[in-house]
Design a protein around this ligand. Structure first.
Ligand code: CA
Length: 377
């Protein structure tokens, strides 16, 4: 094909595509100009002086060098140092160094710190809608929630709602699908869930509460001893990679596959004043490096999980699945929780409506492609 033929074919094809688009009235086109990076690139360029050093104080909800999450933030800071030629420094304060683990939201909102790394569902007490940015039980996988955030309007909603707290969030990693938790005794029926004392936060905890479980919140350092002494009967944490380090398998040998946190988002959030005073170039560096952190952390969880699962099997941990009646009760409880929270909070309704729309289509595509493939593999 010569160049002229190619151009003609290409024009006909694009004309046909355009026409096709016009005819498909119910098709929701993806507007790429709405992508967060496209928005930022429209901003007026501000001269960036790389000889002038800017320091960002970033607090995390994790201990220093905490596997995957803590280490991932440290890599992000190093990356920013390198691409800014040392002119933009992210100074990391692990939990309790400057502010307690769960005080980072308020500290950043007030300007005590410039940024934080944590998880949006920890702030559901401020606004129940925030828990939805972490994900929902039976909801998005990591890949699906990323697509909702970037191309389905999720990040826009998140930023609109965080702006009321003077905050500007980014995705800062994803735990990938989490395990259902560690149990001292096997769960053979819905009846076995009743009265169970379990450490489980977020929307998952609310769903489990509707199923008769008594959800308990405990600091990370107290979970193991509580489980060992029978103060709690079960705990969820994250997945094999982090769970194995907590040693839960020694005191609760039944390890269940999960559905309560199928793709939990971690956040990298900035104080809005700090963010708006950064130059266009500094903002672009953070956008690039945070996007890298988001994908690296997601894939590192996957990589660490596959090796840790093998180790757990070698330790004779029993990998279990909830009975069907527990799963069905979980789905029903989720609908009750969503109904109650929607009635109480318009923000929740707004975010959930957006999620529902994207999730419905996403499920169809994932069932058609990924589920088919995984079943056949
Ligand atoms: Ca968890």
């Amino acid at each position: 094909m010569n160049r002229r033929d190619f151009l003609t074919t290409a024009s006909v094809t694009s004309a046909a595509l355009a026409l096709n688009g016009c005819n498909e009235s119910n098709r929701q086109a993806i507007d790429y100009s709405k992508h967060p990076q496209a928005k930022n690139s429209e901003k007026k360029r501000i001269n960036f002086n790389k000889n002038k050093k800017t320091v960002i104080k970033l607090a995390t909800s994790w201990p220093a060098h905490f596997p995957i999450m803590g280490v991932g933030v440290e890599r992000f800071a190093k990356r920013i140092h390198d691409i800014s030629a040392g002119s933009l420094e992210i100074k990391i304060y692990p939990k309790n160094v400057l502010v307690p683990a769960l005080a980072v939201f308020d500290a950043c909102s007030s300007g005590q710190i410039d940024a934080f790394h944590s998880g949006p569902y920890y702030w559901k007490g401020k606004n129940s809608a925030f828990s939805l940015y972490s994900g929902i039980p039976f909801g998005f996988t990591a890949e699906e929630i990323n697509s909702w955030m970037l191309f389905g309007g999720g990040l826009d909603l998140w930023r609109e709602q965080y702006a009321k707290y003077n905050l500007h969030p980014f995705m800062g990693g994803n735990t990938n699908i989490q395990m259902g938790g560690w149990f001292r005794k096997p769960i053979n029926s819905l009846e076995d869930m009743k009265g169970l004392k379990m450490r489980i936060p977020g929307l998952g905890g609310e769903v489990f509460a509707k199923m008769g479980v008594n959800p308990i919140l405990l600091p990370a350092g107290e979970i193991y001893t509580s489980l060992e002494r029978g103060v709690i009967d079960a705990t969820e944490w994250v997945g094999p990679a982090l769970d194995i380090k907590m040693g839960f398998y020694k005191v609760a040998p039944y390890y269940y596959s999960g559905w309560h946190e199928p793709g939990s988002i971690l956040e990298l959030t900035f104080n809005k004043n700090t963010w708006s005073h950064l130059s266009h170039e500094q903002q672009a560096m953070i956008e690039v490096a945070s996007s890298e952190m988001n994908s690296n952390m997601t894939y590192e969880f996957h990589a660490e999980n596959i090796y840790a699962l093998q180790k757990l099997e070698d330790l004779n941990v029993q990998i279990m699945q909830y009975p069907k009646e527990v799963i069905e009760a979980g789905k029903k409880s989720l609908q009750d929780v969503i109904k109650e929270l929607s009635e109480k909070n318009q923000d929740f309704t707004k975010v959930y409506t957006s999620i529902e729309k994207h999730l419905k289509l996403s499920k169809k595509w994932s069932d058609t492609s990924l589920r088919y493939f995984l079943n056949e593999r």
